[in-house]
Design a protein around this ligand. Structure first.
Ligand code: HEM
Length: 242
């Protein structure tokens, strides 16, 4: 077994542990953070089914972003939908036999790779072209965009410029899953693609990309508007009332 295969196998185990452990820790923190006061953005649903429907619209259509900024919505939604299709297309590297729906999605996933780059491009241009967005943009905003662009660019370069042995890539990935390591092709583009993906996995739990699980914990979206029906009394106020 080559040193390269062993390094990348360990890299992926490490990155996966950081991603899963880090996300679990952050989600636990979110879940434990008290949100006793009713602060849903009104008009807000009066019952739980309404909240579920509101969250679904938020997660699937990015409703509040749509209401606030059409350009950001177009590029943001395009990027996320394309990312979903790209990731579904990648399931072929992790499943044997490949599921029928993943086979059907293959061509769509390829178009999505370009849509993903276009979306990222639009979001990045916005960080330079809109003065107030440029003012609040931090280096990490640019770095995450650069990381995603580089992952998509190296992926597309493998598809259209210098091919890699995708059968061997699949054997390597399945070997990681079943802890039966198989050799990894030493193609520079593939190694760059995989190293960048491992970096993305490792930094995810400490990055702005946490908005993905975070949206579910947003009190302004996930609360029922029952401030009049249920009175919240803080512990110190209850003590005073006695
Ligand atoms: C460990 C996980 C991953 C593996 C093993 C992997 C492997 C590959 C390979 C072998 C290709 C070339 C496909 C071909 O030549 O037909 C590719 C393409 C691509 N990858 Fe990945 N990749 C991974 C994760 C990701 C992630 C997380 C993203 C996005 C954030 C991504 C984005 C892309 C894109 C946009 C393409 C070009 C379109 C395509 O051929 O699907 N990859 N990837």
């Amino acid at each position: 077994m080559s040193a390269l295969t062993i390094s990348f196998a360990l890299l992926f185990y490490g990155a996966t542990a950081l991603l899963i452990g880090g996300l679990a820790y952050r989600i636990l923190l979110y879940a434990r953070t008290p949100a006793p006061l009713r602060i849903p953005t009104t008009p807000a649903p009066l019952g739980t089914p309404g909240v579920a429907w509101r969250m679904t619209r938020e997660v699937v259509f990015f409703e509040s972003l749509f209401k606030s900024n059409k350009w950001t919505w177009v590029f943001g939604w395009m990027f996320h939908l394309a990312l979903l299709l790209v990731l579904l297309r990648h399931l072929r590297y992790f499943t044997e036999p490949v599921w029928a729906v993943v086979v059907l999605l293959q061509p769509l996933g390829l178009y999505a790779a370009f849509a993903m780059l276009a979306g990222l491009g639009g979001l990045w241009v916005r960080r330079f072209a809109v003065a107030r967005v440029r003012y609040v943009s931090s280096p990490s905003d640019h770095l995450m965009l650069a990381l995603l662009v580089l992952i998509a660019a190296t992926g597309l370069a493998m598809k259209y410029v210098v091919h890699t042995d995708i059968v061997a890539v699949k054997a390597f990935m399945l070997g990681l899953v079943y802890v039966d390591w198989q050799p990894l092709p030493a193609d520079p583009l593939l190694l760059a693609h995989l190293a960048l993906v491992a970096l993305l996995m490792a930094v995810f739990p400490v990055s702005k990309l946490l908005h993905a699980p975070g949206v579910f914990f947003s009190p302004t979206r996930n609360q029922v508007d029952d401030a009049r029906e249920r009175r919240h009394v803080a512990a110190w106020a209850a003590a005073l009332e006695k």
